[in-house]
Design a protein around this ligand. Sequence first.
Ligand code: CA
Length: 412
Amino acid sequence: MGRVAESIGRPAVALECEDARCGDGRARPRRPAPPGAAAAVTGAVGFGVFSHAGGPPRVGFRVGRGVLDLAANGLGTVFATPSLNAFLALGRGAWEDTLGRVRELVAGGAALLPLEETVPRLPFRVGDYVDFYSSLEHATNMGRLFRPDAEPLPPSWRHLPVGYHGRAGSVVVSGTPVVRPCGQAQEPADPAPRFGPSRRLDFELELGFVVGTGSHLGEPVPASAFRDHVFGVVLVNDWSARDLQAWEYQPLGPFLGKSFATSISAWVTPLALLEDRFAPGPVQEPEPLPYLRVPGEWALDVELEVELSGTVVARTNACGLYWTMPQQLAHATVNGAALRAGDLFASGTISGPERGSEGSLIELTWNGAHPLRLGDGSTRTFLEDGDEVVLRGRAGDVELGEVRGRILPARC
Ligand code: CA
């Protein structure tokens, strides 16, 4: 992978993937796959829902540029449905059995539908959507931008994974166009709040996890039960209107600046395919409370990239996130809130410490002060109508499903 986009007025960054670092500066870990793990299916991407030749939506497993139709290959009627939810609810044993069958079918040369002949659908009915704020670098950058005269991190930030409940009904599948939102904003030069199209539309590079096995109201889910409840991961673009966000976010947090659209991959990559990509996370100081202490290695080594209208503008790695996925799950349920199949928990914007590793335009351009120059010579501070953003992720031999979205003009 090559050089990221030049940032005008800031030093250009040549962030090669081989040079990527986790949050504490360690070299990115490379460990052999445990026996029986991911070696699984060469070219595997994950489970999703598709339609083909005008037929009804159904569950498939993507392998490279092909899709295995699971119901048509005898894996059961649970896959002849327009969402993954019923399969997710079957639990870990069924997930592992199915992956084993998929492995046998692909190794045996089962016919795959060409990916380009399939139409991707939202892979699961999203239950609750929670968005965290897990990147120390992102939270620090945003604090400096939004509250330049105060401590960048809120007092609670190092004690718990900060998050909020987002709008599940606005989660859309990769490829869905995103209409520029309208709303209220008041910027320093405005004498009064104005209403109109967002002028500071942004992307957020995130990694989400998808719940399979639910839980009971009133019963916290410990971090140690993560693998029993969580099916897999998806890339997430949590589109954000920074001008709306800045005007509305105090005192209750994100609202209309976030809820107009959140894009996810069409393919959910099972945790079972990522077992050799877990690594030690950043050191947490102070030590978290007992319910947030998780034995084992839980940072996920996924190389990430953002392409904006044909130019790669950011590269980073999810392994630098301060708060890990099991900690996020434990925190979100410690008050007894129940999980349901299809719940989506996103990491929050993933930014690294180096220039060119920031997962949003507001950070990459420092709120527009340092525009990016794209490959065609044009410049960007925030997204323009017609821009297309593509998020990509790779975990060793496993490619995560991309997230693609193009901006359409506002309708106000
Ligand atoms: Ca977000």
